[in-house]
Design a protein around this ligand. Structure first.
Ligand code: MN
Length: 735
């Protein structure tokens, strides 16, 4: 094809085409690719020209065709975008750059790989692919024409695929079937989609392809004769009603027959509707008259009747579909106007203004808008790359179902969508609180797959909440995104609560009052120090085990002076003087027996609190013991006797067993150092176990000891001393 014939083809639909610009682009590209050859041996430029021709078939604007002519110039020749911009303007240069960028993504989606091979590398691989896929689609959303050029480019490459190595050939065919054909479908580029699918199918499944092609051929004569007979009869019926119409037989493309055989699990011989007819009329009213004529002459399948005129598909497709029965033989018939036909064949391209290079009609703009919406929805749902690719394919490929709310409002959902998808489509909160559904007046589970025309009523309950199991059957990216978001928020709230509790507990074992610390500016300082925005974030990190509560408490702790190397004489004397301690109520009234509780094991010096039991006197707990938080009206102030009456000066000091846990590095001599530190305070070790801890990493060990102390002060000193030993991570009082 010469530049002249390309231009005259364009002029058939666009008399104002910029001829001079087209000629310049043609020559420029031809010169740039000079000397380069395709694998087929043809000059490289043939490919560029073929791409431009496909774009002209789609009746696109001059700039798109110019960019089509030059679409490989930036990638394959030394020419830079700047030069192109200077010569042909930013518009064309941007288009070419867009196509070049897409070409750099080598996509072969591994999502179909068996789940068993779900190795780390595979997940990483998938994630990377999903990411490039997302980029590709977002790039197309900026200027739709980029993807139209890419599709034309891909179509010609598919036509010449046999010249490539078989490995490359498989990759490109797979990518075409999984990505480019669905995009063509979504944009309503029906013819291009059919050609892409058949070419890809031929390379990926050559045996199946040949089988179907041969079977189609065998029955060709019989089919053609039958078709001719039906066409005649239908024409007759339409003439009776004064409808002027073109009636044609049409063949399905091979891949769609293959899919039908797969879906319905039927052999070729049982695929009955290989014959389809198409009736083209002038007006919308004629469409319905023609349909009436068909239905009065033949029986038809009521459940296969579709009115895509009253409710156009998302990609703009309009038609009436019916399946009539001719002596029991089903025949699919499409009825549409000439204008609808053009759109049915070329989709968004049929809505294109070849003057402005923009969607011309309201409908064209809305197709574009719906495509963009899908991309945005799916972009948000990027929780898992696997799901990303899956929902992308689904949303691009799937047909839609139309369902109604109880008020009769129409909603459009991808085929296979469930009541849950519908609930989220209505409103996020309806989705979150959904507990059941009624479909056509009957109670249905929320996972019910909706069908065309269903009337769906969603039942909600104020305390209803999403379930993770929903994720396994929602079909729309929107619902998936919203459910995931809900769980992320919930997890966050739970982590926050847990983090708060953990920190409070950790403060308690360090004898710090949680009320003084949990909201303190000091804690905020620590959060900031850890590069967090606020205290809440710190709680969330602790709750998620990203930060240890002990670490935070250590940061919070006021500096404690190191114990002196020798216990002072004072302490020694005091120990000797101390005699059996006792507890008294603050206001000295007698409320019966006073018991020191085992749960928190208070020892003299601990902050204590009394709890008035029902009939069993007063029990004494350490302040902050979780057992006493519930009934504040039963709490009583108690204190240790400050100077207990000394009955016998020689009486050995009463000691209290306290369990402590030492977590430390497992190094030689560690245990010895710990016991020495304890012995230094003349404190007895009642029992102990020392073991590498299973909970911690290998290098760590834990030491469970029970030591006898005379009071909280001594205990504190011992704990501090151990804490200061090299290799000790933390020391906690367990009771
Ligand atoms: Mn190319």
């Amino acid at each position: 094809m010469s530049v002249k014939s390309l231009i005259s083809q364009i002029q058939t639909y666009n008399p104002d085409a910029e001829v001079e610009l087209l000629e310049r682009c043609y020559r420029f590209s031809q010169k740039a690719h000079k000397g380069q050859r395709r694998k087929s041996g043809e000059p490289y430029f043939t490919h560029c020209l073929k791409t431009a021709e496909i774009l002209a078939e789609l009746r696109l604007d001059t700039h798109t065709i110019c960019a089509g002519l030059m679409h490989d110039v930036l990638e394959d020749t030394g020419i830079k975008r700047e030069e192109m911009k200077v010569r042909f303007g930013a518009n064309i240069a941007n288009l070419v750059e867009g196509v070049t960028k897409i070409g750099q993504y080598k996509l072969s989606i591994a999502s179909q790989a068996p789940a068993a091979k779900n190795t780390v590398e595979q997940r990483v691989h998938r994630k990377r692919q999903a990411e490039t896929y997302r980029k590709l689609l977002l790039a197309t959303a900026e200027d739709m024409r980029v993807i139209l050029i890419k599709l034309a480019d891909r179509l010609h490459n598919m036509e010449t695929l046999e010249f490539l190595s078989s490995e490359k050939c498989q990759r490109i065919a797979k990518e075409t079937l999984e990505i480019y054909a669905p995009i063509a479908h979504r944009l309503g580029l029906w013819r291009i989609m059919g050609r892409l699918e058949d070419l890809a199918f031929k390379h990926l499944y050559p045996i199946e392809y040949r089988k179907i092609a041969e079977l189609l051929n065998q029955k060709l004569t019989e089919r053609e004769a039958y078709c001719e007979k039906m066409v005649k009869q239908i024409r007759g019926e339409l003439e009776k009603r004064n409808v002027f119409a073109d009636v044609h037989g049409r063949t399905k493309h091979i891949y769609s027959i293959h899919q039908k055989m797969q879906q319905k699990k039927t052999p070729f011989s049982e695929i009955q509707d290989l014959i389809g007819l198409r009736i083209l009329v002038k007006t919308e009213a004629d469409c319905y008259i023609a349909l009436g004529a068909l239905h009065s002459k033949w029986n038809y399948h009521p459940d296969r009747l579709r009115d895509w005129i009253g409710q156009p598909k998302k990609n703009g497709y309009q038609s009436l579909h019916t399946t009539i029965l001719d002596n029991g033989r089903p025949i699919e018939i499409q009825v549409r106007t000439y204008q609808m036909h053009k759109i049915a064949e070329d989709g968004i391209a049929a809505h294109w203004s070849y003057k402005e290079g923009l969607p011309r009609s309201q409908q064209g703009r809305s197709i574009f808008a719906s495509y963009k919406q899908i991309l945005e929805d799916i972009q948000e749902a990027q929780d898992s790359p696997h799901h990303f690719v899956e929902s992308m394919k689904l949303e691009l490929f799937q047909d839609e179902v139309y369902v109604f709310s109880p008020k009769g409002d129409l909603f459009r959902l991808p085929a296979g969508a469930t009541a849950i998808d519908f609930a989220y489509k209505i409103h996020t909160d309806v989705g979150h609180t959904c507990v059941g559904a009624e479909v056509n007046g009957a109670v249905a589970p929320i996972r019910r797959v909706l069908e065309n025309g269903d009337q769906v009523n969603i039942r909600t309950r104020p305390n209803g909440r999403p379930s993770r199991s929903w994720l396994s059957y929602v079909k729309t990216a929107t619902a998936r995104t919203k459910i995931n978001h809900w769980f992320r928020e919930k997890d966050k709230t739970e982590a926050l609560e847990l983090g708060k509790k953990l920190l409070a507990a950790e403060l308690r074992v360090s004898y710090l009052n949680s009320r003084d610390y949990l909201n303190s500016p000091k804690l905020l300082d620590i959060a900031k120090q850890l590069k967090l925005k606020n205290i809440e974030e710190l709680f969330v990190r602790i709750g998620n085990a990203d930060e240890s509560a002990t670490h935070v408490v250590n940061l919070l702790k006021p500096e404690v002076p190191k114990p002196e190397t020798e216990p002072s004489e004072d302490t020694n004397r005091q120990q000797k003087l101390e005699s059996p301690p006792a507890i008294q109520l603050e206001n000295d009234i007698d409320l019966g027996m006073i018991r020191i509780m085992k749960c928190c094991n208070p020892i003299p010096g601990d902050q204590v609190i009394g709890y008035l039991t029902r009939g069993r006197g007063v029990s004494v707990h350490r302040a902050g013991c979780i057992r006493i938080l519930d009934e504040p009206e039963r709490l009583l102030g108690v204190k240790w006797h400050e100077k207990p009456p000394s009955e016998n000066g020689d009486h050995p000091p009463l000691v209290y067993p306290v369990k402590i846990l030492v977590e430390c590095n497992d190094r030689p001599g560690m245990l010895g150092e710990i016991t020495t530190a304890i012995a230094h305070y003349k404190v007895n070790i009642r029992s102990g176990t020392f073991q590498p801890s299973a909970v911690h990493i290998d290098s760590e060990a834990s030491d469970n000891l029970t030591i006898d102390v005379i009071g909280a002060r001594q205990l504190d000193e011992v704990l501090q001393a151990i804490r200061h030993l090299k290799g000790v991570q933390r020391v906690t009082r367990k009771s």
